[in-house]
Design a protein around this ligand. Structure first.
Ligand SMILES: Nc1nc2c(c(=O)[nH]1)N[C@H]1C(S)=C(S)[C@@H](COP(=O)(O)OP(=O)(O)OC[C@H]3O[C@@H](n4cnc5c(=O)[nH]c(N)nc54)[C@H](O)[C@@H]3O)O[C@H]1N2
Ligand SMILES: Nc1nc2c(c(=O)[nH]1)N[C@H]1C(S)=C(S)[C@@H](COP(=O)(O)OP(=O)(O)OC[C@H]3O[C@@H](n4cnc5c(=O)[nH]c(N)nc54)[C@H](O)[C@@H]3O)O[C@H]1N2
Ligand code: SF4
Ligand SMILES: [Mo]
Length: 820
């Protein structure tokens, strides 16, 4: 792409936003520029106004900067950004010391069209119509901050500080203007942190087996190791759309002879390159994993050495309590109180740390306690999943289940998952089962054996400083229970009114389930909604006060490895000044902190000093991480990220893979009841809604999945003209069988609907989608649909252990839609 296209604009101070127009012509742009000039918007208007002339003239001054692209796509690509006469004119990939990580995608290349997006929020705005009506009045920063602080103080006086709730997510995944500062601000204010509860399902399951990292679950070996696998399974992982920046590592592996197996109800691009494609019934992967484990155990293909030496298989489980027998039960006081095993060499029960040959099998007793090994218990459980039963559950042929099991039992197998399976209530158990499978084969903790979602989960930052030790609710209130908390004013049985919402880096209205409940029942109870964002979007439109923040290229930042697919910490240049009146998130929080009387505590130090405090950890010191050093070097590689759990050492209490989860726990405690007895070992669990036996399936027979889209990162880039040339409007994929039964033709507008709501999209017929499934790539804003929005149909089912959104637990039907 050659040039920015500052196109037409949101009609200045009051008009409605324009993102439903697919692209705007050059003529419209010229006209709009004149209008902008007439509206006398000062410097920025001149910027737009003189743009054409600047293009025509030879570049007087051209400079390049190195910026990090940092939406929540896990790329964190380094861009070389060219600025001419104060305008960004080009972004291209910049270099890492290791060129395998130099990447840029279509979104990155078109970034400048996001900067010069007519729907950029230019000034602080106050709602001038009804919420959602998109009528605005421009206000000054002073007025905005004063209005917010006055209202917040009033709410605190009436309800207490917990009534101010803060929701932040992954708009700008960075160190300064993202979660560290907003977390600190929330805690100092005594506000309520809202737990985003997305992407947490599978990891909660795998994290219990292998031990969690500082995020939640484990992350895979670095993608550069994939070529060392003989076989790679992709479980609900749409790598070419969702992680295009890492696809080349998989392509290299395929070229080198690695076998690829893709399990997905949709024939994805990766599936088209796979040696085996498994078009599984939605929500049933758990059964397939249990079935493969069944076959492996039945045929004696398990990895005995790993099970004995690296897993909890030999641990003796007290059959009354479900807990491990421990050294203390044997009258021994040992550090960490290790679990006990039967040592075949000594013929007695001893702590595992003292055993030479722990027995994998055999019932024992001690002090009248009935004891069984974790391995025997797992085998009993797996006996319930013969391939024939698995075929019924998954629609994968029994002989295919056996073949896949044989592949899994081979050497150097990787199991990479995306979040497809995490979007069902059984996603946590799926994670538990997949980690159990890898424990049975020993394909974990070494080169060639990647496991999990392939991202590095972060460099620990100095939590104590960050958290200010004041969190009202540790872990926060899950978004999923928020509607109830707001409706009842109670949490954990105690009074807990919430009266104000603050959104930053988050387009919650576009990305949260149960959209209509949120919009129609929850938000009306809220007295003040404030959103800090770059662009007018769904959440902004439902806000009372809107505060403009800069684009990635418009502020200096440090970028940590927070879900990154390369191992580099980075400094990001400020290439241009923020457009119009945008202020960085931290600058806004500083103003709000001052107005709320916590300015001296919030960030009295400079941004540089704050970053240095965050880096003050053992790893930070080892890497020489300081603001100044990172700025000087640009990038610093974090060591030790090549192989996850290298040496098969796990982050569990025993250091072993604990597929028998001794203490199944909820990720987030909101006062729920937990069926702990059934959670020690993975067991089949039906999806809550998206399941053929659900009576609702008679009325709504189709499972709707709303996966991530190639041209957007969630709701970012939703209005970029160059991308909309390729993907102009909301679409939905349907199998021709399902279409024919409903009289729908390719290219028709269709309405997807259920009792919760609906949306209209253009239908694309595809044999690549499993009959009975609709796939609607997500990210379009409500006003870009001819009616409704995709999030209207999703519901609030969740599992009490994982407390995670189940976006794909959605039944609906589809019909042809005619414009009235
Ligand atoms: N139906 C359905 N829903 C889903 C999913 C799905 O698969 N299906 N996926 C879910 C998943 S996995 C996730 S992670 C969530 C993502 O949900 P969100 O994190 O809410 O998604 P984004 O659209 O990336 O929202 C980030 C917002 O931050 C803004 N932003 C960008 N830079 C800045 C900045 O510097 N400052 C501030 N203040 N704002 C900035 C962007 O403009 C954008 O509006 O969505 C979830 N929702
Ligand atoms: N372009 C782009 N990239 C992104 C994002 C984005 O919005 N846009 N978002 C980022 C974020 S925050 C995340 S969390 C990741 C997510 O990355 P992914 O997890 O790869 O993305 P999803 O689109 O949620 O879905 C993954 C796949 O699961 C499949 N699937 C659905 N149901 C099932 C099932 O029952 N079984 C199986 N086996 N597969 C199923 C879908 O068809 C899809 O191919 O992507 C990140 N990257
Ligand atoms: S959107 Fe993601 S993959 Fe694309 S350039 Fe930016 S960081 Fe890289
Ligand atoms: Mo995500």
């Amino acid at each position: 792409m050659k040039q920015p296209n500052p196109t037409a604009r949101r009609s200045d101070e009051t008009g409605a936003s324009s993102s439903n127009a697919p692209s705007i012509s050059r003529r419209a742009f010229v006209g709009a520029t004149a209008a902008l000039g007439a509206a006398s918007l000062g410097g920025a208007a001149d910027l737009f106004g003189t743009y054409g002339e600047a293009q025509a003239a030879e570049a007087a001054e051209e400079r390049t900067f190195e910026c990090v692209c940092r939406p929540n796509c896990h790329g964190f690509c380094r861009h070389k950004v060219t600025v001419r006469d104060g305008l960004v004119v080009k972004s291209e990939r910049a270099s890492f010391p290791d060129s395998r990580y130099d990447r840029i995608c279509l979104r990155g290349i078109t970034s400048l069209q996001r900067i010069y997006d007519p729907d950029r929020i230019k000034y602080p705005m106050r709602r001038a119509g009804e919420r959602g009506e998109d009528k605005w009045e421009r206000i000054t920063w002073e007025e905005a901050i004063d209005t917010i602080a006055t209202k917040w103080k009033d709410i605190i006086a009436r309800y207490g500080s917990q009534a101010l709730a803060f929701h932040h997510s992954g708009g700008d995944v960075s160190l300064l203007n993202c979660w560290p500062t907003i977390t600190r601000f929330t805690n100092l204010l005594g506000g309520t942190y809202i737990d985003y509860n997305t992407d947490m399902g599978i990891d909660h399951g795998t994290g219990q087996v292998f031990g969690a990292n500082d995020w939640n679950g484990p992350s895979s070996n670095d993608p550069s190791d994939w070529k060392n696998s003989k076989t790679i399974f992709l479980w609900g992982y749409n790598i070419t759309e969702a992680n295009i920046q890492a696809w080349h590592f998989l392509a290299d592996a395929l070229e080198g002879g690695t076998k690829l197996v893709v399990v997905d109800p949709v024939f994805t691009t990766a599936a088209s390159k796979a040696h085996a494609y498994v078009p599984i019934r939605p929500g049933s992967d758990l059964a397939l994993v249990l079935g493969m484990a069944h076959v492996i155990v039945e045929e004696g293909l398990e990895n005995e050495t790993f099970l004995r030496d690296k897993s909890c298989a030999p641990f003796l489980v007290n059959q009354q309590t479900g807990k491990f027998l421990r050294a203390s039960d044997l009258g021994l006081a040992l550090e960490g109180d290790p679990a006990a095993v039967f040592d075949e060499a000594r013929g007695e029960i001893v702590p595992v740390t003292e055993a030479k040959t722990p027995a994998l099998s055999g019932d024992r007793s001690h002090d009248g306690l009935e004891l069984r090994t974790a391995w025997d218990m797992l085998r009993d459980e797996l006996a319930k999943y013969p391939p024939e039963r698995v075929e019924e559950l998954t629609d994968v042929a029994a002989n295919t289940v056996v073949e896949l099991a044989h592949l899994q039992a081979g050497e150097l197998v990787s199991n990479l998952h995306g979040f497809g399976n995490g979007c069902y209530v059984n996603g946590g158990v799926f994670g538990h089962a997949l980690a159990t499978l890898a424990s049975i084969t020993g394909n974990i903790g070494k080169s060639g054996c990647s496991f999990g979602f392939p991202v590095h989960v972060g460099v620990a930052v100095n939590d104590a400083w960050l958290r200010a030790d004041l969190a009202k609710i540790p872990g926060g209130i899950p978004t999923l229970v928020l509607p109830e908390v707001i409706a009842t004013g109670k949490f954990h049985g105690e009074d807990f009114p919430i009266k104000a919402l603050h959104f930053s880096n988050s387009n919650a209205l576009s990305n949260t389930v149960n959209h209509n409940v949120l919009r129609e029942q929850v938000l009306p109870n809220i007295e003040l909604i404030v959103t800090q964002d770059v662009t007018f979007n769904d959440t902004v439109r439902y806000s009372d006060i809107v505060l403009p923040t800069p684009n990635y290229y418009e502020e200096e930042e440090l970028v940590a490895l927070f879900f990154a697919q390369h191992p580099y910490m980075q400094h990001s240049d400020k290439a241009v000044d923020p457009l119009f009146e945008a202020k960085s998130d931290t600058e806004i929080l500083r103003l709000l902190a001052d107005a709320m009387g916590i300015g001296d505590q919030f960030m009295p130090m400079s941004d540089e000093e704050a970053c240095d405090l965050l880096f003050d950890t053992p790893l930070g010191r080892e890497c020489g991480l300081t603001f100044a050093n990172l700025k000087e070097k640009g990038v610093i590689k974090v060591p030790g990220l090549d192989i996850m759990f290298e040496g098969q050492k796990f982050n569990t209490p025993s250091g072993r893979a604990e597929f028998y989860v001794e203490n199944p726990a909820a990720r987030n405690d909101y006062g729920q009841e937990l069926d702990v007895d059934h959670a020690h070992l993975p067991q089949w669990e039906e999806p809550a809604e998206a399941w053929p036996e659900n009576p609702l399936a008679k009325k709504y027979p189709l499972v709707v999945i709303t996966p991530k889209a190639r041209y957007r990162v969630h709701g970012q880039w939703f209005n970029v003209p160059a991308l909309r040339e390729m993907d102009p409007e909301p679409t939905t994929y349907l199998n021709p069988q399902d279409a024919q039964a409903r009289g729908i033709a390719d290219g028709d507008y269709v309405e997807v609907f259920n009792d919760r709501g609906g949306y209209v999209a253009r239908c694309i017929l595809s044999e690549g989608i499993r009959p009975g499934v609709i796939s609607t790539p997500k990210g379009w804003q409500r006003n870009q649909h001819k009616r409704g929005g995709y999030q209207e149909v999703t519901g609030g089912h969740f599992d009490p252990f994982t407390v995670n959104n189940s976006f794909y637990e959605t039944l609906a039907d589809v019909r042809k839609w005619e414009e009235e």
